[in-house]
Ligand binder design. Structure first.
Ligand code: NAD
Length: 221
């Protein structure tokens, strides 16, 4: 899943029309350099994203994915979103390629702190005194290797691959359809708009995620 999945719940996009990067310069809020320069400023920005995300609720599409995972335990969820909407809809073991707004980490001690329910950060500093950093892949960061390995593993083994609400321009997710296809999967794209990758899919549904997922899976649940 990508930003379009959450946009249907009202979570603002970053790049699109009205996107967050039109209002805020990422160089000041979403990279390690900005965090080193002014950690409190960067944490404030992410806290605001959490507060905004909590005003939105998972939609029917998120709930159908959770129901699918509950009924078919070999369903895997790989997302580029950092907003935790899948988990709030009850999904488990979501592979979060770009990390999570709800996790903080201490780079000095390598500790992770997770809290899915509070907008405001309970602690901005680790007990060692270091500022906690949002555990998100920021601009200029490398992806977490084990997360990419997990995603690649489940996608290369799957027999049904569904891409939902992603423009397919951000790597490595942009290569996932081809990986799934190589493994023999049937590939479905759900996106109201045509993407650069649309021509590679076996089936394409040009409607919002919730609507298509309801139609495709209601009878299976
Ligand atoms: P993108 O913004 O490039 O593309 C979003 C796609 O969703 C578009 O193609 C659009 O047509 C489609 N879309 C819009 N509404 C839809 C709906 N109701 N149902 C289905 N599709 C819909 O998003 P991307 O491909 O995920 O890449 C953007 C990057 O920004 C990613 O790296 C992601 O991590 C990050 N991001 C995360 C969030 C979040 O956590 N919610 C939000 C925005 C961006």
């Amino acid at each position: 899943t990508g930003a379009g999945m959450s946009a249907e719940s009202g979570v603002p996009t970053y790049r699109g029309r009205g996107g967050i990067w039109h209002e805020y310069k990422w160089e000041n809020y979403a990279c390690q350099t900005a965090f080193i320069r002014n950690p409190a400023h960067v944490i404030d920005f992410h806290e605001l994203r959490r507060i905004e995300a909590l005003k939105c609720e998972p939609h029917v599409g998120h709930k159908i994915i959770t129901a699918l995972q509950t009924k078919y335990s070999n369903t895997s969820i790989v997302t580029q979103n950092i907003d935790g909407m899948h988990q709030r809809a009850g999904s488990q073991e979501v592979i979060e390629l770009h990390g999570s707004l709800w996790r903080m980490r201490c780079d000095k001690e390598g500790k992770l702190f997770e809290n899915l329910s509070q907008g405001k950060y309970a602690n901005r500093k680790c007990s060692c005194g270091e500022f906690l950093r949002p555990d998100i892949i920021w601009f200029e960061d490398q992806l977490n290797e084990s997360t990419v390995v997990n995603a690649t593993h489940v996608i290369s083994q799957c027999d049904l691959f569904i891409s939902i609400g992603t423009s397919g321009v951000v790597w490595p997710a942009a290569g996932f359809q081809q990986l799934a296809k190589k493994g023999g999967a049937h590939c479905i794209e759900i996106n109201p708009e045509k993407t650069e990758l649309s021509y590679l899919f076996d089936d394409v549904h040009r409607e919002p995620a919730g609507q298509v997922l309801s139609r495709l899976f209601d009878s299976l649940l």
